[in-house]
Write a protein that binds this ligand. Sequence first.
Ligand code: ADP
Length: 477
Amino acid sequence: MTGCVGGIIGLQLFWNYQNYERTKATFSHDTNESLSRAVGRERAERHGLLVGQVKRWLADTSFIRITCDINPRYNVTVFHINDRYPKFKGSLGESFSLENFKPKLKQITPEAKRFLIEHFAEKTVRADLQKGYIYYYTQRLGDSLTVAFRKSRVRLYRLQAIYQSELAAKGIQTPFRLNPTSPEEAPFLTRSVNTTLRPLTDNQFVRAGFESPDAYFLRTMRWLILSTFGLILVSLICFGYTVKTLLSQHKLVALKDDFINNMTHELNTPLTSIQITAEALKTFDHSPQTQREYLDIITYQTGKLIDLAAQILGANRQLNKSVDKCGVVDLDELVQKAIRELSHRMTGRPVQVSYHPGGVPLRVQGDELSLANVLGNLIDNALKYTLDEVSIRIETTARDRQAEIVVADNGIGIPAEYRKRVFEPFFRVPKGSQHDVKGYGLGLSYVRQVLQRHGGSIRVEANQPAGSVFTLTLPRL
Ligand code: ADP
């Protein structure tokens, strides 16, 4: 799965990178090509202006004289263009016929003159200009046109507008500058294009500068990039979720195995104890005192089994009936009883219990058996999780409307990060350096459940110098 997700992410990134490179190349190509086209269009506009000027000169009778006659050999109208005031004596003008001019005229008419000017300027002169040279049809016309031609310079404001429209046609809306002065204002530059009307003899270069193509890329590919990262994010979330589910499944299986192992132990111990005690009662004739002790053991172990069953079933059946309908429980008596029952536990280790009653009678409304199980569980844990000599301190205190019971031990303690989690069902502090204690992680969750049903709560803190302090609160009567 990791390989698969990694592959998808890698491919997405690679694809985006390629896209980026391609967009950059296209951007460079399009901006250069558009500039060449724009310069061409602007130059054609200037040709148009010169052609217009030529038309005005031709129409100006004080400058040019246009006449015509008929060539007898070919029987066509021949036009003559001459300077009104020739520069040099004897300098010749231009004579030519027009193929698509059919009338035969000995004398020029206004229509024929208009036709000639239009035709001559638009076709002949424009073709010359486009080739980049001036043909001297008459000396003065040639001179004037040469001056105008040489003076003609690129009109940057026009080029700007034309270039903008060329770029827009290619879908590029990026702002640009013509002939930027510093690279800071436009880091991406196009090639230089010659704008002069005489490219072979004259140079007037123009180039365009753009902001970095990265910005253009980010703008144009914004949605693609966002959707790519969105997809990657969704893949990662799904992946994370799947891994989390797998891990928790794995943990659950381990918990189940652990639970079954420990449960076998938890069930066997009281059952064996009951069996041995019952056998002993049956086999030998004991004094009433010993018999009562044996019966106490049996009652205690049976209680433990009932407690266990209640814990496993998740909810204490007796708690199903409302706490209000239960009786009144004297906490002092409850603690004393729990301490008495402690003597039935076969720990084989010295156990020291100190009890510090609060001095005032503490009574709560609730189910006595469940509350006894709560204390039993805490004392059991104190015994289970203390390695050597066990020292348990129990205190009861009255705080306003609350009764507080403290059960402190000198055991292995609970690391701070697990202090909240120990009340979760099936949670056990990871073994690590701790010794292997049997259990199934249900005791404290049961304790919390019982207390919550009674409107109380439980918390755990570290004891000094070692161990844990469990503090229970219950609403007092
Ligand atoms: P169990 O004892 O069956 O594992 P519990 O719900 O009673 O389950 O306790 C949950 C976990 O809390 C235990 O596994 C243990 O790691 C830790 N714990 C409970 N009580 C104590 C205590 N008095 N001292 C140290 N650790 C404790």
